[in-house]
Design a protein around this ligand. Structure first.
Ligand code: GAP
Length: 463
């Protein structure tokens, strides 16, 4: 298994059309990225896989798509306006700017995250452990200042305080403020969950590591409402469910770990939190946060809005504000994780005994940008039939058509972008209505009738 570096992966993803630097022809916009033709398919497939398992196939959960712009009071109630801050610190010597907790996290290779440490604790740690400026090596920092991560803008024509709105920094609050609406309209009984996928925005001080930490990203969040006292059981349930989901997508188990938060590290409203971490080239990094958030959010909205958000439990007529378990993950981080798990450069022995290397993305078929490549063996003889099959098959799954270069090169091209099946259209197709279907991973080919291809591929896409 080839261990690719982050720089190599970023270059590969640009070259193949997965991810481009944002606004590139204008010199770029720092840490913004655009998802190209393959990237948008992969990203949509990640979101679709999550939706399948967390909403569509769930006995408990339903979905939501709430607005990015919300009433400012939402963020007052949750404390985001006062407390959604990062600890900003500067090196006095070279003026480099850092997040104090990130300096510690990098210094300890992710073993200490700085979560739950006060500003005084952070500064003390930096000096006690001689965490020097990574740029110039000095140990001379400014005091920590709070930096609010929310992007602020104005709604309407007047740029005054009354019209201030924020781009949401998480999708979760859209779910909480709709709790009553959803419970009433679906008649769901606790326990039930609400899943949402959508954009979030944070003015990160230190974005970086390609698409790992960006200012505009997508989250896949579930808020699972349960009866107080049952939350730890559900927390354990979702903790395992998320881990298993990653394994089912082909993420390498030996690169995953749980990191349970110590009691002193927990947010004040949480009675259990775990991060699922992935071993990236720079060390373990947070992929998925699973938090038992008690009744903090619903209670805050009830107090601040004056609307009752409690629930009458028909099983015992008790009335309570449900507790919440929240698994929250970034789409870009899952995408990066599956790419690191799928990428390989395999050494092959050719028929004449010489060695060759093929680049292959062993993406799960449900994630692969294209499910099937349709390749006419000889363009002038087989292109018409191949295009006819493209028109037919692309009604069922995402296909790509390629008529350039020799067939061997075209197979390799598809291996490199993770296309799990390649169909060769040749004289046999014209004579007998059969095609050969090549498997990306085994490179074996099977012959089947043109009609058999549809159920054959569809079966591989059940997830
Ligand atoms: N509602 C809870 C919440 O938002 P979080 O730990 O701040 O919790 C959840 O974010 C997940 O969102 C993270 O585990 C990560 O996967 C993703 N995420 C957060 N900030 C991100 C960023 N700047 N860029 C990319 N993904 C990010």
């Amino acid at each position: 298994m080839k261990e690719i570096t982050l720089e190599e992966l970023a270059a590969f993803m640009k070259e193949q059309g997965f991810v481009y630097p944002g606004s590139e022809i204008y010199g770029g916009l720092a840490n913004s990225f655009d998802f190209g033709p393959l990237g948008v398919e992969l990203k949509n497939n990640v979101k679709k896989a999550w939706w399948e398992k967390f909403v569509k196939q769930s006995r408990y959960n339903v979905g939501l798509d709430s607005s990015i712009l919300m009433n400012k009071e939402v963020w007052v109630a949750t404390g985001h306006i006062t407390s959604f801050n990062d600890p900003l610190i500067d090196c006095k010597k070279c003026k480099s700017r850092y997040r104090a907790d990130k300096l510690i996290e990098d210094f300890t290779n992710g073993e200490i995250t700085g979560d739950g440490m006060s500003n005084d604790d952070l500064v003390k740690y930096l000096y006690d452990h001689k965490v020097v400026c990574p740029n110039c090596g000095a140990l001379d920092y400014t005091d920590i200042r709070k930096f609010n991560l929310m992007f602020k803008t104005h709604q309407g024509v007047l740029e005054d305080n009354k019209n201030e709105v924020y781009l949401r920094p998480e999708t979760a609050q859209g779910i909480f403020v709709n709790f009553k609406n959803i419970q009433r309209t679906t008649r769901k009984k606790v326990p039930f969950g609400v899943g949402q996928v959508g954009k979030s925005f944070r003015n990160e001080i230190t974005p970086g590591n390609f698409i790992f930490r960006v200012r505009e990203f997508e989250q896949m969040e579930l808020e699972f409402f349960c009866k107080p006292g049952t939350e730890i059981e559900w927390f354990q349930y979702w903790r395992k469910y998320c881990f298993d989901f990653l394994l089912s997508l082909g993420v390498k188990e030996d690169k995953l770990r749980y990191r349970d938060h110590d009691p002193e590290e927990l947010a004040f409203y949480s009675n259990a939190t775990t991060d699922i971490e992935f071993k990236f080239p720079w060390g373990f990094g947070e992929l998925w946060g699973i938090a038992s958030r008690t009744d903090y959010d619903l209670k805050a909205h009830q107090t601040h809005s004056g609307e009752a958000l409690d629930y009458l439990d028909p099983t015992d007529n008790s009335k309570y504000i449900p507790y919440v378990v929240e698994p929250s993950v970034g789409v870009e981080r899952v995408l990066l994780t599956v790419m690191f798990s799928a990428y390989d450069e395999e050494e092959l022995t050719k028929a004449d005994g010489s060695k060759d290397v093929r680049t292959v993305l062993h993406l799960h078929p449900v994630l692969a940008p294209y499910k099937v490549a349709i390749l006419p063996l000889i363009k002038k003889n087989h292109a018409d039939k191949a295009l006819e099959l493209f028109d037919l098959y692309s009604k069922y799954f995402t296909c790509v058509y390629d008529e350039t270069a020799n067939i061997g090169k075209r197979y390799r091209r598809q291996d490199a972008i993770g296309t799990p099946y390649a169909i060769c259209v040749d004289d046999e197709t014209l004579a007998n209505n059969t095609v050969t279907v090549r498997n990306r991973d085994t490179m074996e080919q099977v012959t089947m009738s043109v009609d058999e291809v549809i159920p054959y591929i569809q079966e591989k896409l059940v997830f």
